[in-house]
Design a binder for this molecule. Sequence first.
Ligand SMILES: Cc1ncc(COP(=O)(O)O)c(C=O)c1O
Length: 328
Amino acid sequence: MPVTIALKALTADEVVARLRALRTRQPVKFWAFYSSQLGGIVTDPALMVVPFDDHMVHRGHGIFDTAAIEAGKIYDLEAHLDRFIRSARTSKIQLPARAEMRDIIVRTTAASGRREGSIRYWASVGPGSLGLTPAAGAEPGFFVMIFAGLAYPDTWYTQGLRVMTTTYPIKPPLYAVTKSTNYLPNTLMQMEAQERGLDNGVFVDEAGNVGESSNMNVAFVGADGMLKHPKFDHILSGCTSLRLLELATRLQSRNLIKGVEVCDIPVAEARAAREMMLIGSSIKVAPVVEWDQRLIGDGKPGPVARALRELLQDDMRSARERLIDVPY
Ligand SMILES: Cc1ncc(COP(=O)(O)O)c(C=O)c1O
């Protein structure tokens, strides 16, 4: 933060100039932003702002979701909207109608001109006070950002990731299944891993079963050849995992797995897995080769993680019923 010698009251023009200067010091890959508060779309990142008194900003009372733009089409938006609507219900946040949200998302994507990238959208209770409960008469906000998406190193796919069991407690189930803007445990988990020279962390629940990673689900190929995924009652229902669990049955006929199971996975059983992988909209599917300094399988990326990644890539390009055309 630069040292401010003289604090002066700023004009609106000076505020915009300083917001632009901020973006010059720290460029971002944000291409289009819709805000119900602005009532339109902006493409200048300096103008992609939310009032400080919005309940999402100062109390973390907001929800979000992220979908992908692949080859000029939006992938699996309906699954992401389903989860967004569930998160809104548990967070007591009022949303625009589903068709309206879909239309705004598609038109903001078109305004970005981008054919590859990510769409993140948020809902908030709105501004109006710094109180704990929403301000009387607060107008709910809906926001959509088209951006470059999260980039992960190629080595995560070619050599695999190294992870640790986090020392941070897993969120209680209600908060874990709700995609709220409170990602403090998730953020601290990934920072903790990076501080130790590792790639990410894994939450384990109080019963000693595997939960999930920071912004990704975790799955295994057991010693018995079954593809195993933790139950979704205490972790986020990953749209990517849910789709891959359907697609994975195709790997049975190729003799890569014996079957698919969604079940509690005790850590001791998970450590004996042939393969471990992280799954999500941003990471897609990436192999984990080391967990708490112990090798998974032979310590090399395995064939099931690779095959699942290929199935997902193919689905993102060719599953017509899951793709929305963008009117660029
Ligand atoms: C905590 C958490 N778990 C899992 C996932 C994976 O979900 P998806 O496949 O819908 O990206 C995410 C990402 O949204 C997440 O934030």
